[in-house]
Design a protein around this ligand. Structure first.
Ligand code: NOJ
Length: 535
């Protein structure tokens, strides 16, 4: 019953099929966002309770990282049941209640879809293990004989080590990620049919779109040929530079051409955004368009160093690539896989000011922007987590850890508010929050006009009241060395001072709409600070 309600709502309340083109999408990492039942793990009821907070923040949509049944060997990117909610995160009824409320508040909901691999606890994989070599069950995955004692080929897991694990009967199975994440065999029609059905399952529940995990990975080259890499460079480092027999194969496009009519058959502009790491913009462009997906993540902005030239080059390149793919680009500064941008930019007060400045730059650029939960509080990466608490499978195999950006959000207040800071009665958050976050809770920031939370609210409100900010062109203006200055459609000028000295704003004119930090007493723009000016 609730399914119909959600779907109907998506149809009646949310129109505008192109909503995603300039949307500000807020990524929710369910395990860490808000804990509704006080067990130390985030959940859908916690998310539902915080929807008014997100509405007030001013975002257009949320993207939910996986909340499906999962052993959480890779934070939920190891799905055991694609049609159910993990009990730690709630129930399908909680999902329905959450999406219905989100739609009521005019917030769209994108869910993560993980088609390249599942969990080793998925019933298909368990059946494949039990059925043994040569069985149809094994055909749903990539099982092979080894080369003597060696795995079937030289492919490496993205998380380090061989991409193959041997089963007790001697065969090996392929996993581009952790051993607990066996890759599906997408040459098998049953896998394709299953995912078409999974898409429909969530579309029927009213979701507005999908973030496609490892969208470039499902098809493997015929015969699973060796990469034959030289030296001891990790294969994953080759992504973006050359061809790999397990990424960006032409056959992957057939899958998206099957999916697009399904998305289009639902009302209200259902979309899909690809996480695709491919060697060139030309290759990326092939994923986008009328018969495939709507957008792809552009991670370049996140890679910019704190340097005006680096930002300008990347902005120009991203806009040029957007023209090439025929879809607005996406901008991202933080997500669940990378160190938070406060820390990348130097941590402490400098890192925070730069992060606020980077965000103002991002929100003034044409296209859609993806925010990561907690960045609106100015959270830093938690670098000093004890090793024994780290859960990232990549840490266990390579020493690189993504746990520090997944520490639960500090809401403050009482246990009923979810991840409270030092709550009485509630279980401790699944990863400990640093003591310094007492000064960064949502509660502490709520009424402080200078807080990062209120900066995000202000910038998002200005962006919403000037819709042209999300579209249109960027016109660079002459500026001193180390200063970025550009004009946007409605007469809004953005100036970001990445130089070593304060700069005068006289040459740009206009009234300050939003600043990432206070101007000097004489009205100059301080170092590491940005301003949006209305001319
Ligand atoms: C990309 C996701 O963002 C990451 O968190 C995950 O580990 C891999 N895909 C594997 O699903």
């Amino acid at each position: 019953m609730s399914t119909t309600t959600s779907a109907a709502r998506a149809q009646t309340v949310l129109g505008n099929d192109d909503w995603w083109r300039d949307a500000v999408v807020y990524q929710v990492y369910p395990r860490s966002f808000a804990d509704g039942d006080g067990d130390g793990t985030g959940d859908l009821s916690g998310l539902r309770a915080k929807l008014p907070y997100l509405r007030k923040l001013g975002i257009d949509a949320i993207w939910l990282s996986p909340f499906y049944t999962s052993p959480l060997a890779d934070g939920g990117y190891d799905v055991a049941d694609y049609r159910d909610v993990d009990p730690r995160f709630g129930t399908l009824a909680d999902f329905d209640a959450m999406i219905a409320y989100a739609h009521e508040l005019d917030i769209r909901v994108i869910v993560d879809l993980v088609p390249n691999h599942c969990s080793d606890q998925h019933e298909w994989f368990q059946a494949a293990l039990a059925a043994g070599p040569g069985s149809p069950e094994r055909e749903l995955f990539h099982f092979r004989e080894g080369r003597g004692d060696l795995p079937p080929n030289d492919w490496e897991s993205i998380f380090g080590g061989p991409a193959w694990t041997q089963t007790p009967d001697g065969q090996w199975y392929l996993h581009l990620f952790a051993p607990e994440q066996p890759d599906f065999n997408w040459d098998n029609p049953a896998v394709r049919a299953e995912f078409r059905d999974i898409l429909r399952f969530w579309l029927d529940r009213g979701v507005d779109g999908f973030r496609i995990d490892v969208a470039h990975g499902m098809i493997k080259a015929d015969g699973l040929p060796n990469v034959g890499k030289a030296g001891d460079e990790r294969q994953v480092m080759m992504v973006g530079r050359g061809e790999l027999p397990y990424f960006d194969q032409d056959g992957v496009h057939e899958i998206y051409r099957e999916w697009r009519p399904i998305l289009d058959s639902y009302p209200g502009g259902r979309m899909a955004v690809a996480e695709a790491w491919v060697p060139s913009p030309q290759r990326l462009a092939r994923y986008i368009g009328r018969d495939e997906l709507h957008q792809a993540f552009n991670f370049d902005f996140m890679m910019a160093s704190w340097d005006a030239d680096s930002f300008r080059t990347i902005i120009d390149k991203s806009l040029m690539e957007a023209d090439l793919v025929g879809a607005p680009t996406t901008w991202v500064l933080s997500n669940h896989d990378k160190h938070r941008h406060v820390t990348r930019y130097g941590d402490g007060p400098v890192g925070l000011l730069r992060a606020r400045t980077g965000t103002l730059l991002m929100l003034a650029l044409p296209g859609s922007a993806y925010l990561y939960n907690g960045e609106e509080l100015g959270l830093n990466e938690v670098l000093d987590l004890p090793d024994e608490l780290r859960e990232d499978p990549s840490f266990l195999r390579t020493g690189e850890s993504r746990d520090g950006c997944r520490v639960p959000l500090p809401w403050g207040g009482t246990p009923a508010d979810g991840f409270a800071f030092g709550p009485a009665g509630a279980a401790a958050p699944w990863l400990p929050q640093p003591a310094s976050w007492a000064a960064l809770t949502a509660e502490v920031q709520e009424d402080d006009p200078a807080s990062t939370l209120n900066l995000y609210r202000q910038a998002l409100a200005v962006r919403k009241s000037n819709p042209a900010l999300g579209g249109g062109a960027v016109r660079w203006l002459a500026a001193p060395a180390g200063v970025l200055a550009f004009e946007r459609e409605p007469g809004i000028v953005v100036v970001a001072n990445l130089s070593k000295v304060p700069v005068s704003l006289d040459a740009f004119g206009g009234k300050a709409l939003v600043t990432s930090g206070p101007l000097t007493e004489t009205g100059e723009l301080p170092v590491d600070t940005a301003v949006w000016l209305q001319r």
